[in-house]
Design a protein around this ligand. Structure first.
Ligand code: GLA
Length: 717
């Protein structure tokens, strides 16, 4: 009898759940949820985004609603998600619910698909919400298709539209310029529209970054405040529109920047927008960025779970001025230093116009016979002999007017037919939508690999944005150039990855131009900025760390900056360590310090790459920065402290650690000391409980300006 009742209850629940699921759609992660409701007008509305309700049956009580994906041209008086004009000249879209599907992709990922159709025209938008349960991350994109007789022109085509209902809204966003990457701005959003966008064509980042943090009600801190972190996975023009309306509700529209980008859609052709990736937390920025790091490593970054190589690069050390002997010497230095690889940068190619400065040669990818009479192969052999791997720089999407490529294929270049060419770094962008250009770009990498299969790494650069944007190939479809360029870039990289699935490639773009989640699936790491000044890097890396996991962030020790070699090295260790410096100019002590630092890094790198990041003290709050990484099991942590400009300005208090197990005992030891210096850390070598370290803390930052300390924190067995 009892058994029977249980079965009955289960059945009743199933029926109820079914009835409810007809009107309520929940996209859930571990701690957050976005909820939609189907209303009697057959429209679907967002009724909630944030913390989950314990009783989901109560969602039906929520009255405030916002249309899930607003079309332009009917009753809407604010920004719309999508806009087009139909074949009959009617400029309106009114999208109604037409079905949903929930797919369980695996035990962590669920995809909810919501279909919307216009009731007067054969026009559909299919919204996709992929929920990554453990990481608390949601990925959203849309697919747009129509079956009208003639093509339609899409004017707006957002990836996502979200609504928030709070008293106050604060926006944290990032901006910059060459070598001034990733500065931070924070502001309250008031009535009206705030736009963060870019129009750079070949890249997303630099002037404005495609990353933001939205705080509700109060400006979020590391461990408090309701936050939404968002970004667009697109290596081109993006736009985030934040509109606070007459009811103080916030509408957030994210997608490709519609600027100069009307897109012609043929009947039955599906336009898939890039993904908008977002994560919610009710307890501040720390957890949101830890979740994004996990998500990037697991679902976005190429080989996010595989080790990276330390390296010595020659760009800052030699620029274009090298020959075979000099490079062999540098390969020897890489080996002496103990890094895994030597990376040959710009300047190794072209003969008619040799690449001896940045004014010529891009496009002519044959090895320069004067500098390297025996080709690349001899360098690869030398590297193998010296026990290091060999990597090489390319910038295949570009051309200098002084090059054979420019002379042979003037029709492969993006430039206006009737105006003067506009150069940046003396170069122009190739017309990637042209399939012949795509073959050419692919072949630059492919040929290098065919000729030198032992090449173990590439640095793929892109040193200018797009201007005077006109594609000879696209002819009367010029407004598709910005979108088609990025699609062509991805197409080339798909070919690269089909043939070389695991070749490590660094994503570089005149410093940090190309940093976005869309490119990450093709690249193993990125170059955050050409600015390698140790002091400035503390801030730049701090800001990237909200979005980018340390495993992907290349940090090189160079001669920029007046800080000690130790300071610059400690800063570079908070990511993927590299060197770009004349090792032969090191004193004996500097060399010994650096060799030991590489060994220390090899020991601790797994913590930095795969651990959770805790930003303990912000450089924006005072004269120091303190960060730590700890592993999942909380058995190991590494803490970095940087004292900035402060002689006697500030007394540094103890820092309370986070991310430890309160009942475990940890020994704390300062590492990475310069030869013949002793640790001044009073608690060096002592053991503390995690409880003590998190409630009382440690005096990790001495008061001397521009000094740094690294502490290894190890749990007793
Ligand atoms: C860009 C990169 C640098 C270097 C140069 C070479 O500026 O960011 O690291 O590779 O190009 O020209």
């Amino acid at each position: 009898m009892r058994k029977y009742i249980i079965i009955l209850c289960v059945n009743m629940f199933f029926v109820l759940a079914n009835a409810q699921s007809d009107s309520i759609i929940q996209v859930q992660t571990l701690k957050s949820e976005i909820v939609f409701a189907l209303k009697p007008d057959s429209k679907i509305y967002q009724i909630h985004f944030g913390e989950k309700l314990t009783r989901s049956s109560e969602y039906v009580k929520i009255k405030s609603t916002q249309d899930i994906y607003v079309g332009a041209g009917t009753s809407n008086l604010f920004e719309s998600a999508i806009q087009t004009t139909h074949n009959d000249g009617n400029p309106s879209l009114d999208l109604h619910f037409a079905g949903k599907e929930v797919k369980t992709l695996n035990d962590n990922v669920t995809e909810t698909v919501i279909k919307l159709t216009d009731d007067k025209y054969p026009f559909e938008v299919i919204l996709h919400y992929k929920a990554y349960y453990q990481e608390d991350v949601i990925e959203q994109w849309s697919e747009i298709v129509h079956r009208e007789k003639k093509p339609l022109t899409l004017k707006n085509y957002a990836s996502s539209m979200l609504f928030f209902d709070a008293d106050k809204y604060f926006l944290t966003h990032f901006y910059g310029d060459w070598a001034k990457d990733m500065r931070v701005a924070e502001e309250q959003l008031q009535s009206g529209i705030k736009v963060i966008d870019s129009k750079l064509g070949t890249r997303a980042n630099v002037y404005h970054s495609p990353f933001f943090i939205l705080s509700l009600n109060k400006l979020a801190e590391e461990n408090t405040g309701e936050v939404i972190a968002g970004t667009l996975a697109w290596t081109g023009n993006f736009k985030f529109t934040f509109e606070v309306d007459n009811q103080n509700a916030l509408r957030l529209i994210s997608g490709i920047n519609p600027y100069a980008s009307e897109y012609q859609l043929q009947p039955n052709q599906v336009f898939k927008t890039p993904s908008f990736i977002f994560a919610y937390s009710k307890s501040g920025k720390e957890v949101v960025s830890q979740n994004l790091h996990r998500w990037v490593r697991r679902y976005s970054l190429l080989d996010g779970d595989k080790p990276r190589m330390t390296l010595l690069n020659n760009w800052e050390a030699t620029a274009f001025d090298f020959n075979e002997d000099k490079l062999k010497g540098l390969i020897g230095d890489a080996s002496k230093l103990g890094v895994d690889m030597f990376l040959l940068d710009d300047g190794w190619f072209a003969n008619k116009y040799p690449r001896n400065n940045d004014k010529t040669s891009l496009g002519d990818w044959d090895v320069n016979k004067t500098k390297l009479p025996n080709g690349i192969g001899v360098l690869v052999k030398e590297a193998t002999k010296q026990g290091v791997k060999f990597g090489i720089w390319i910038e295949p999407e570009m051309v200098n007017p002084k090059s054979e490529l420019y002379e042979k294929h003037p029709d492969w270049i993006i430039r206006l037919p009737n105006r003067e060419e506009h150069y940046m770094r003396n170069q122009l962008v190739l017309d990637l939508p042209n399939p012949k250009v795509q073959d050419f770009v692919f072949d630059v990498l492919d040929k290098l690999m065919i000729d030198n299969p032992e090449i173990a790494y590439m640095k793929w650069d892109c040193n200018r944005p797009m201007t005077s944007s006109y594609s000879p190939y696209l002819k009367d479809k010029q407004s598709q150039l910005y979108v088609d360029y990025v699609l062509a870039f991805y197409k080339i990289l798909d070919r690269v990855r089909a043939k070389y699935p695991h070749l490590p490639i660094m994503l570089c773009s005149g410093g940090g131009g190309r940093i976005d989640y869309g490119a990450l699936k093709y690249f193993n790491e990125y170059w955050p900025t050409d600015n390698t000044d140790g002091y400035e890097r503390v801030f730049i890396q701090w800001n990237y760390s909200y979005y980018m996991p340390a495993i992907a962030t290349c940090n090189h020790v160079t001669s920029w900056g007046k800080q000690s070699l130790k300071f610059r090295t400690d800063v570079a260790m908070m990511g993927k360590l590299g060197y770009d410096i004349m090792v032969s100019h090191f004193s004996d002590k500097e060399l010994k310090f650096s060799q030991d630092a590489v060994k220390n890094y090899n020991r601790i790198s797994k913590l930095v790459w795969y651990g959770d990041l805790y930003r303990l003290v912000s450089p924006y709050d005072g004269e120091r920065a303190v960060l730590m990484y700890s592993d999942d099991a909380k058995t190991k942590a590494i803490l970095f402290s940087y004292t900035l400009n402060t002689l006697f300005k500030e007394i540094h208090q103890k820092v309370k650690l986070r991310g430890l197990n309160p009942v475990k005992n940890y020994t704390v030891r300062e590492i990475n000391l310069f030869p013949d210096t002793k640790s001044k850390f009073a608690e060096d070598g002592q053991t503390f409980s995690g409880d003590y370290l998190m409630k009382i803390g440690l005096s990790v930052s001495p008061n001397s300006p521009l000094t740094s300390n690294v502490y290894e924190i190890t749990a007793e067995n």
